[in-house]
Design a protein around this ligand. Structure first.
Ligand SMILES: NC(=O)c1ccc[n+]([C@@H]2O[C@H](COP(=O)([O-])OP(=O)(O)OC[C@H]3O[C@@H](n4cnc5c(N)ncnc54)[C@H](O)[C@@H]3O)[C@@H](O)[C@H]2O)c1
Length: 253
């Protein structure tokens, strides 16, 4: 079940957090895995049995070269996980640099657009593309307009690509994490981040990178062969609505 034998996968942003857990999980499921990151993680990737390519996903020609590498090295490209991203929280009124905003757009959204296009062009029927969006694309969060806008774009991209590549037998889905315990989420004020998850996620806790990897693994596998164009929230139920914890706090105040 969920075997990835004889398949080749690319995971971007595989040096940390969700990407790292995903690369390791897909490898354990039998796939050839090409781990890609802007930071050199060759040694760690090799310990997990993965190949490594140092890539800036904000540069479309580097994504095309990455897909070529997987195809030439392993003879097929079957799974593409467009996971690499950057984040920062600031109010819209504090956004002061067009250059910074454009970098967000390139690394978070253009990367997924080109990653989807370049991978799909090299896939046979049965190919699966998984894009990482976010709960910040499903509802508004103060301080997350720049990041959330790129993640909202990924939802539109995923749905449209699923329609356009459906005839070629290539599936395109997205996963939408809530708060997950990774360096991205915990960089600043980890206690506050964890507390937020405890209050707002109905399951009452922060998620783990492995829980994201499990969902990505399922969508990558042939067991998900009739699922395309979907956004799978992996957020402890946060996107379902107000948690009992938050409701209780509001009632007490
Ligand atoms: N952690 C969360 O709470 C959370 C919530 C919602 C969505 N997400 C999404 O999940 C995905 C993974 O996030 P994470 O929390 O594991 O982040 P992370 O910061 O732990 O890992 C991101 C990885 O991407 C790499 N990267 C950054 N810029 C790159 C570039 N230009 N080219 C190639 N690699 C680059 C980094 O070096 C890093 O290894 C992202 O798309 C993120 O937006 C995470």
């Amino acid at each position: 079940m969920f075997s990835l034998e004889n398949k080749t996968a690319i995971v971007t942003g595989a040096g940390s957090g969700i990407g790292k857990a995903t690369a390791q999980r897909l490898k354990r499921a039998g796939a050839n895995v090409v781990a890609a990151d802007i930071v050199d993680c060759a040694e760690e990737a090799s310990r997990a049995g993965c190949a490594f390519r140092q890539v800036d996903v904000g540069e479309p020609e580097q994504i095309a070269a990455l897909c070529d590498y997987a195809l030439e090295e392993y003879g097929s490209l079957d799974i593409m996980v467009n996971n690499a991203a950057i984040s920062t929280g600031r109010m819209l009124a504090e956004v002061d640099s067009e250059e910074n905003s454009l970098r967000f757009w390139r690394v978070n959204l253009l990367s997924a657009q080109m990653g989807t296009k370049e991978a799909a062009a090299r896939m046979k029927p049965g190919g699966s593309i998984i894009n990482l969006t976010s709960i910040t694309a499903l509802r508004g969060f103060p301080q997350w307009s720049e990041y959330g806008a790129t993640k909202g774009g990924i939802i539109a991209l995923t749905q449209t690509a699923a329609i356009e590549y459906g005839g070629a037998g290539v599936r395109v889905n997205a996963v939408a994490p809530g708060i997950i315990n990774t360096p991205m989420a915990m960089r600043e004020a980890p206690d506050m981040v964890e507390k937020n998850a405890e209050i707002f996620a109905p399951l009452g806790r922060i998620g783990t990178p492995e829980e994201l990897a499990a969902a990505i693994h399922f969508l990558a596998s042939d067991d998900a062969s009739y699922i395309t164009g979907q956004i799978l929230s992996v957020d402890g139920g946060w996107s379902a609505g107000t948690s009992l914890q938050a409701f209780g706090m509001a009632m007490q105040s």
